[in-house]
Design a protein around this ligand. Structure first.
Ligand SMILES: NC(=O)c1ccc[n+]([C@@H]2O[C@H](COP(=O)([O-])OP(=O)(O)OC[C@H]3O[C@@H](n4cnc5c(N)ncnc54)[C@H](O)[C@@H]3O)[C@@H](O)[C@H]2O)c1
Length: 254
């Protein structure tokens, strides 16, 4: 079975590819290397440089390989940047539609989609369960929610099986010594302060309802995210249930 991993040269994708190879899967990675690095892709995986916005590239990928499942990581991920460049970030939705259309044409039935906790916006409850209402407060979150909805419609109309995983902030190293140069979460920033690339850690916010007024964020280790992908059994409900990390990942399945 060949698993197509979009964005497999990126932070999370490269760890997922490594794990898939370790488990004996054939893996084909596609990535435009706009953010990812070729050297992060496991040498056992096939790699094609290209863009999911390029339909003829996708046609080549789908017609030449016997793809059975897709793990779809490729996207732009900066919430702040998305507010300045909705015209660029809308490619998250367009790329997802392109993948879905190729799935239909080539009868590929299973997809795992990297969604985000950004679909929730301001949470109403402390513990965010899968059925918590969605109301993104940035364009990035909107692109993820729209992509989820479009995948859901394709599932209903075209008999596609999917799981959307709504990750919170992903942290940690998956064994590839990768430090995300574009990360906007606290761990790489602390690392930069320790290695003296950055002078200090700036704490934002002082009026949250917490002891010191600063905000609380949820983190999940990159290996836990990858394990969730490994456990996300398509065709039916996932058997993976996060243990003790209820706040860090939500699953939607069809
Ligand atoms: N890192 C997090 O904290 C986090 C949290 C929630 C959701 N996510 C989602 O997880 C996925 C992976 O995130 P990541 O942290 O590994 O990001 P990343 O930027 O390291 O990886 C994304 C990869 O996709 C590639 N890519 C982007 N646009 C592409 C396109 N049009 N065509 C082909 N390749 C393209 C990039 O080159 C990169 O290698 C993304 O969809 C992101 O939105 C990440």
């Amino acid at each position: 079975m060949t698993i197509l991993v979009t964005g497999g040269a990126g932070y999370i994708g490269s760890v997922a590819v490594k794990k898939l190879i370790e488990r004996g899967f054939n893996v084909l990675v596609i990535d435009n290397l706009s953010k990812g690095k070729r050297e992060l892709v496991d040498k056992e995986a096939d790699f094609l440089k290209g863009d999911i916005l390029d339909k003829s590239f996708l046609e080549e990928v789908f017609s030449k390989s016997k793809i059975e499942k897709i793990i779809h990581f490729a996207a732009l991920k900066s919430a702040g940047e998305s507010m300045n460049s909705p015209e660029t970030y809308s490619q998250n939705i367009i790329g997802t539609i392109n993948i879905l259309n190729k799935m239909v044409e080539h009868k590929v039935k299973d997809i795992i989609f990297s969604s985000s906790a950004a679909v929730y916006g301001e949470p109403k409850r402390e513990i965010i369960e899968e059925d918590h209402s969605t109301n993104p407060i940035n364009f990035y979150g909107f692109t993820k929610l729209e992509s989820e909805r479009i995948i859901d419609w394709y599932a209903k109309l075209k008999d596609i099986s999917y799981i959307s995983l709504r990750y919170f902030n992903v942290a940690g190293d998956g064994g590839l010594n990768y430090i995300d140069p574009n990360a906007e979460n606290i761990f790489p920033i602390i690392g930069e302060v320790i290695s003296q690339k950055r002078e200090k850690l700036q704490v934002f916010g002082n009026d949250y309802k917490t002891k010191d007024g600063s905000c609380i964020r949820d983190y999940i280790h990159v290996e836990d995210i990858v394990d969730a992908h490994m456990g996300a059994r398509l065709k039916g409900r996932p058997y993976y249930k996060p243990r003790n990390i209820k706040r860090s990942i939500c699953l939607r399945a069809h």
